[in-house]
Design a binder for this molecule. Structure first.
Ligand code: FAD
Length: 346
């Protein structure tokens, strides 16, 4: 029986008297935690040890969907010891300033040893600001937790891995790459619900100088690029937005998400939220198929953790073949239609 097992199965009541612990900053939508937040919980559960043995979740927002998300979150993982809920119009939109202030407020009261969130747009926006308020250096893009204060993160666009030991004061603040901490492994719907506590916002003070203007969201029936099991990516070789539709047609047939290289995005074939790579999305699907993609390091940085990589390129020396499990030298304009014709329906 491991220490982690003991902690995971200990009665809830023992947590309340311990002090050092980890806080996970969670995102929610439609009454549920986001997939990236489940990965943050998974990562935080790896920090549990003798001196850091409780895991709290912080959710903020307003209205019934927040309360529903809190109820769902309370029983989503056996390691969660409490859910903190900040219910206020201040958190109706995910503006970084009030969120950073909230984290500061919660940290002053609970003095966590670690604060963890995902390397999503949300986490990358909020955590550095909260770290500045708390006067600590955050560690970003963590892909492995070796010890509670020793982490591995990629550098040079994923071409090298760097092991970092945090020697600063508490809290140690991390953003984690959700592709490195898949959530499903320890999810247990039968887990006892952890207590839910409302955060006292009476000392929150004035709102900052930022105002919410609007959020525009691309509606699509395709799976989300960041969490899809299959991703079909097209590169500059597609030559036009019109031609790119054959990539979309193949994706539809396979129930896959569509990705693109920066060259394809810059040329206007597809919108930039489809970009995969160092300056785009980081993906790690079961199957990644790249058509007409050269395999520049900045692109590889965003997809190298995919389980199976298939590349089609007419240049046999294209660097993408160095990371591909299956490579096909040929013309995508012949191969994609043939695949569409021969592949069975999803
Ligand atoms: P190309 O490099 O032009 O490759 C096209 C490929 O298609 C070639 O290999 C060619 O042989 C093949 N081809 C041509 N015709 C056919 C055909 N008919 N059938 C089959 N194959 C064909 N790029 C990203 O993708 N994501 C990023 O996040 C990213 N971030 C960057 C950040 C920085 C700071 C910088 C400097 C660059 C970044 N880039 C990024 C750009 C990157 O360096 C490459 O320029 C880009 O990935 C190339 O895209 P591509 O493979 O579509 O185009």
């Amino acid at each position: 029986i491991t220490l982690r097992h003991l902690i995971a199965h200990a009665p809830r009541s023992i947590y309340s008297c311990r002090h050092l612990g980890t806080l996970v900053i969670a995102e929610h939508e439609g009454g549920s935690l986001s997939g990236t937040s489940l990965s943050s919980i998974e990562a935080a559960s790896k920090l549990l040890c003798k001196d850091n043995n409780s895991l709290s979740l912080l959710l903020a927002g307003t209205g019934p969907s927040l309360q529903e998300a809190a109820t769902n979150a309370a029983s989503c993982h056996p390691c969660i010891s409490q859910v903190l809920v900040a219910d206020s119009d201040k958190f109706k939109h995910t503006l970084a300033e009030p969120w950073a202030k909230l984290i500061h407020l919660v940290q002053q009261k609970h003095e966590y040893s670690h604060i963890v969130t995902a390397s999503s747009s949300f986490g990358k926006n909020i955590l550095p600001r909260a770290a500045a308020l708390l006067d600590v250096s955050p560690i970003t893009d963590v892909i492995e937790i070796s010890e509670p204060r020793t982490f591995v993160r990629p550098i040079y666009a994923g071409n090298a891995l760097c092991t970092i030991r945090y020697t600063g004061s508490n809290p140690c603040m991390l953003t984690i790459r959700s592709t490195s901490f898949p959530a499903s492994a320890s999810l247990d719907s039968k887990t006892n619900a952890a207590p839910i506590h409302q955060v006292d916002l009476s000392s929150f003070g004035e709102e900052g100088s930022c105002r919410y203007v609007k959020q525009s969201k691309q509606e699509s029936e395709r799976p989300d690029l960041g969490s899809a099991r299959v991703v079909i990516t097209g590169g500059r070789a597609l030559k036009s937005a019109e031609n790119f539709k054959i990539v979309e047609k193949l994706a539809e047939k396979l129930g896959a998400a569509v990705g693109a290289t920066r060259a394809a995005v810059d040329a206007g074939y597809v919108p930039n939220e489809l970009q995969v790579g160092q300056t785009g999305k980081i993906v790690a699907p079961q199957l990644y198929m790249a058509f007409g993609v050269s395999g520049a390091i900045q692109h590889i940085a965003g997809m190298r953790d995919s389980k199976v990589i298939v590349a089609v390129n007419k240049d046999a020396d294209a660097p993408i073949f160095q990371v591909a499990d299956y490579g096909l030298v040929g013309d995508l304009f012949e191969i994609i239609p043939e695949l569409i014709e021969k592949l069975p329906e999803k």
